[in-house]
Write a protein that binds this ligand. Structure first.
Ligand SMILES: *Cc1c(COP(=O)(O)O)cnc(C)c1O
Length: 229
């Protein structure tokens, strides 16, 4: 099982490297976040043994449990990529190296306060934007983005890093491209790469399109760990 996993991880890294080259971007300019939601700690261990260090989780309780089960893995970095409720912030603030899903002023304020109280280094923060305007999805609207960015910058415990999005599903992966381009346009409208160096976008089925558009983090689960049950 872990040999298969190492092979799938290598294949994803090769996909990323090819896409980076095809886009004419510098090697190493796109990093892989391995998404482990619903997958057991053993799967994380296998990916870690194969060299992966950045892992993304969607649910607070699952993140807390997995981080505890894997506390022996030196240098592992957990990223929160799921919807975060304000009353759960205190459980994750010491565990994560980054949060990709800040989408309101109130969440930024709570996260900043808790991160600061925890005495940790400023927490790398990305603001999630709902570029597709889908009612059931997380993320602030493009209109709210300016105020959320300002709240992150005001928060003593947070370090503003960039933008994140999950586009509407399209059967054709190329269908995601206009949404990735919209996130890039929002970045350009709000200070560009100097203020917002990271763009977290692209998953198993559309990562090449995200990299062409300018992603710096791709978040990949299925291609590494298999389908989720
Ligand atoms: C599950 C998930 C992913 C990974 O999706 P795959 O299609 O399995 O690669 C990426 N980002 C977010 C926010 C997710 O919830």
């Amino acid at each position: 099982m872990s040999d298969d996993l190492a092979a799938r991880l290598a294949a994803v890294n090769a996909r990323i490297a090819r896409a980076v080259e095809g886009a004419g971007r510098p090697p190493g300019s796109v990093r892989l976040l391995a998404v482990t939601k619903t997958k057991p700690p053993a799967a994380v261990r296998a990916a870690y043994a194969a060299g992966q260090r950045d892992f993304g989780e969607n649910y607070v309780q699952e993140l807390v449990d997995k981080a505890a089960a894997l506390a022996d893995l030196d240098g592992i970095r957990w990223h929160m990529i799921g919807h975060l409720q304000r009353n759960k912030v205190r459980h994750v603030v010491k565990l994560v190296s980054a949060v990709h899903t800040v989408d309101s002023v109130r969440l930024a304020e709570e996260l900043g306060k808790r991160a600061s109280d925890a005495g940790r280094s400023p927490l790398t923060t990305l603001v999630e934007v709902n570029v597709g305007g889908e009612a059931q999805k997380g993320g602030c609207s493009p209109e709210e983005l300016g105020s959320v960015l300002a709240a992150v910058e005001r928060a003593p415990g947070l370090a503003l890093s960039g933008l994140m999005t999950v586009p509407p599903h399209t059967d054709d992966p190329a269908g995601a491209r206009p949404f990735f381009d919209r996130l890039v346009a929002l970045r350009d409208a709000h200070g560009g790469a100097a203020r917002l160096p990271e763009l977290s976008m692209g998953m198993t089925h559309d990562l090449e399109h995200a990299i062409l558009a300018g992603a710096t983090w791709v978040r990949v689960g299925t291609a590494i760990f298999g389908e989720r049950g």
